[in-house]
Design a protein around this ligand. Structure first.
Ligand SMILES: [Zn+2]
Length: 178
């Protein structure tokens, strides 16, 4: 189950894992399984499945500029930003806010350190839309949702089907619709 916006845990700051033991490995696997069950999703963070731990999963290589399907969910434990740059607007959505999309400004270059689910340390660079996905998921670990990064109502919209079954953007006319 994915916790929807409004659940208190989505607004909490998550706790570092520090050492990868069975419990953290299991949580990482639960995140992988949950994201695999939602093929429309490209990232998921522990609080979205009710766990207050600093673990996220991301599917890399996606985005509107990519021809390929994004890769399998990759767990990142205790991810920490050590370098961020190339801030520009991109599209944002969230499995905790189904059907809602928006234009947010995020770094398109990130250097992140952390641990893989096998306990090995990593230090790697994410560029382009991958950086957007990683940044969105890291926000979740500090209780931040993408709607917090929307500066104007016009930047928020829903995607619905029109009478021909084609997806169309429907702008929101008031924030109470969020
Ligand atoms: Zn999200």
């Amino acid at each position: 189950m994915i916790y929807p916006e409004g659940e208190k845990i989505l607004r909490k700051k998550c706790t570092p894992v520090k050492r990868v033991r069975q419990e953290a490995r299991q949580l990482a696997q639960d995140l992988v399984d949950t994201l695999n069950a939602h093929p429309e999703g490209i990232g998921l963070a522990a609080p979205q499945i009710g766990a207050q731990q600093r673990i996220v999963v991301v599917r890399l290589g996606g985005g509107s500029d990519s021809e390929q399907e994004p890769g399998p969910p990759l767990p990142l434990i205790d991810p920490k930003i050590v370098e961020a740059g190339d801030e520009k607007p991109d599209f944002d959505g969230c499995l905790s806010l189904p059907g809602l999309y928006g234009k947010t400004v995020r770094p398109h270059h990130l250097r992140i350190t952390g641990l893989y689910s096998n306990g090995r340390a990593f230090d790697r660079v994410f560029d382009g839309f991958d950086a957007v996905v990683v940044h969105h998921e890291l926000d979740h670990l500090d209780g931040v949702l993408f709607i917090d990064r929307i500066s104007r109502l016009e930047d928020l919209y829903r995607v619905q089907e029109d009478e021909h079954g084609e997806p169309v953007r429907v702008p929101l006319t008031s924030l109470t619709q969020v």
